[in-house]
Write a protein that binds this ligand. Structure first.
Ligand code: 2AL
Length: 246
C-alpha cells in the first residue's frame, strides 16, 4: 500500500527526515512517499503560516489521490487543512496531532505536549479542544526551538526537548509525552529510551493507524460534510483548485 506523507512546509531537509522516520516504522509492503508542497511557508509557526500551508496540503492530497494512495498523513502538528483534505480524498487522511493525541490516550490517562515555539501553543490548544482531549491533555509546553532549528545538529534541540519532557513528567502528572512537531519524528525512539515513558510522535502514529485502517477497509466517509466539495468556480490564482475543475 502507498502512504503519502505530506510535510506541509517547504523544507526539503525536513521532508527527508520525516520520510525516513515514516519508512523505518512502516510494515513490509507499505511504501512511503514523503512530499512537500511546491509553494508555501518554509516552516509553520503561527496562524498565518498554518492557513497558507493548508492550500499546499490540498494540492498534495489531490496528487496523492490521483496516484491511488491508500492513505495520507498531514505531517505538521497544526493539522493544517485536515477537514478540507478529507473532502477531496476518498482514502483516509490523518493529521499528526490528532493521531498522536488519540494514541497517547490508549497508554496514559494524561499527556503533555512538548512543542517548538510558545506562539504555536495556541494552535495545539485549539486542536486539543476540537478533538475533545481537554481532560487528557495536562499541559502544552514550548522549548523555544524554531522548527528549522530541529534540522541543525548543532542547535542542541534534542537536549532542550529532553529537558522540557523531564519538566513535564515532574510537574504535569502526565504519563506520556506527545511530541508537538513533525520535525521531531526522528527523536522519538531516543526520547522514549531516555525518559522511560511512552513518547508518541504523530508521523509514526499516523502511519501505523493508516496501516490498521487499510486492513479494516476503512476509508473517508463520502456521506455528509466529507462529501466532495460542491462544484463552483474559484477565481484568480485559486482557479485550479475549483472543485470539479479538470
Ligand atoms: C510544526 C510542524 O510540525 N511542522 C512545522 O513546520 N511546524 N509544528 C510546530 N508546532 O511548530
Amino acid at each position: 500500500m502507498l502512504i503519502r506523507v505530506i510535510n506541509p512546509n517547504t523544507s526539503a531537509a525536513m521532508t527527508a527526515a520525516i520520510g525516513a522516520a515514516a519508512a523505518r516504522c512502516a510494515a513490509p509492503g507499505t511504501v512511503i512517499d514523503c512530499v512537500n508542497p511546491t509553494t508555501g511557508p518554509a516552516s509553520i509557526e503561527g496562524h498565518h503560516d498554518d492557513a497558507l500551508a493548508a492550500v499546499g496540503v490540498i494540492e498534495q492530497v489531490r496528487a496523492g489521490e490521483a496516484l491511488g494512495a491508500a492513505g495520507h498523513v498531514i505531517a505538521c502538528f497544526g493539522d493544517p487543512g485536515l477537514n478540507a483534505a478529507r473532502e477531496v480524498a476518498t482514502a483516509p487522511v490523518i493529521g499528526v496531532a490528532e493521531a498522536a493525541m488519540h494514541m497517547a490516550t490508549f497508554v496514559a490517562t494524561g499527556f503533555s505536549v512538548v512543542t517548538t515555539l510558545e506562539r504555536t501553543c495556541i494552535i495545539s490548544e485549539h486542536l486539543v479542544h476540537n478533538y475533545g482531549f481537554t481532560r487528557q491533555c495536562r499541559a502544552i509546553r514550548a522549548c523555544e526551538i524554531a522548527v528549522l532549528e530541529l534540522e541543525d545538529p548543532g542547535s542542541g534541540a534534542y537536549e532542550r526537548i529532553e529537558e522540557e519532557c523531564r519538566h513535564a513528567l515532574r510537574e504535569d502528572r502526565s504519563g506520556a509525552i506527545v511530541l508537538g512537531c513533525a520535525g521531531m519524528a526522528d527523536l522519538r525512539d531516543r526520547l522514549q529510551g531516555a525518559l522511560g515513558v511512552p513518547v508518541i510522535e504523530g508521523v509514526t502514529a499516523a502511519v501505523k493507524l493508516l496501516e490498521g485502517m487499510a486492513a479494516l477497509g476503512l476509508r473517508t466517509s463520502k456521506r455528509g460534510d466529507y462529501a466532495a466539495p460542491l462544484p463552483k468556480p474559484y477565481t484568480g490564482w485559486m482557479a485550479r483548485f475549483a472543485p470539479g475543475a479538470a
